[in-house]
Write a protein that binds this ligand. Sequence first.
Ligand code: PLP
Length: 378
Amino acid sequence: MKKSFSKLTQSVHTGSWGDVQFKGTVTPIFPSSAYDYEDVPETLYPRYFNTPNQKAVVEKICALENGEDGLIMSSGMAAILTSLMAMLRKGDHAIFQNELYGGTYHAIVNELPRYGMDYTMVEGSDPKNFEQAIRPETKVIYIETPSNPTLKIIDIKAISAIAKKHGIITIIDNTFASPVNQNPIDFGIDIVAHSGTKYIGGHSDICCGVVVSSKELIQSIWSSAIHFGGSLDAHTCWLVERSLKTIVLRVRQQNLNALTIAQYLKTDGRISRVYYPGLPDHPDHAIAKARMTGGFGGMMSFEVKGNADLFMNRLKLIKRAISLGGVESTVTSPVKTSHSKMTAEERLIVGVTDNLVRFSVGIEETQDLIDDIKQALE
Ligand code: PLP
């Protein structure tokens, strides 16, 4: 597939191939977990991440992320933790931004020290905070932007420049942006991870993860991945490949819906605060505009002046759900879900108030979503 084709065309065609036997249009499913090992260029096995459906989905995601190679895994956490563990050794140090997906935060705090790995968490909005935390044994800088749930933006280009100066590997969780809106490899980031459960799957029915990087770094991650074993089966890979064919269309509509709804929410007196990087008064709007080249994404948060639970209960079209990135619009209370283990004081530091609503905007008609919010606020 020509690299010059647009993302829309690549999302449909790259990695996908027709059925050779019956000349069908779509990639067949190859469910074998047992393959011949004689007279073959490579022994295939699902946990070696090299079966046909795994390769098809990886080729497509690499085209969308501008990466050389990748791995499709059984969850976002498998992709994140396998990448981290592959890059770190006993005695190494890693730097993380302090606003992270809760699962990642708990994995770092609970797992890294058990393997003799040290870490520092820094406030992410100023790249200098990362540089100041660097030690001789620092091997990894890890970021997540836009962040959950207050949509803070980190300057990925500045972070990658600092890391390169010190010979440190950078890893980003690009889940919230999706490969349609932000391509960190273009700005010098080494490893891009996604919870594919979100925009890549896109229909709230698949759990998977991906990691995309250079051939060399993927080889290193692969060497650990075959031990940790977080591979994905052929049937689910085939569904992910199918989902990716519409990711550009889906995310474009989500970008449009989110921006229009954020603009509306700013004008409604019953809303006290809106967090969306596409709004000109978002503190990181300029940097978001420069780095999120495809759009500002489908995730936003807002504070209602009344009771957030009451508001969410009254929504008719928009569903309450803990995940995000699906075609259907969903809302979550971060206080009750992602940030429930924090103390009230810790939550306030990261801007998570009791009346904060996190909104994953779907692909529905924009006005229908606005009407649903209006009737729930009344
Ligand atoms: N990263 C982010 C930003 C997430 O929101 C999530 C899940 O909610 C993950 C990573 C973990 O992904 P998974 O649940 O697919 O393991």
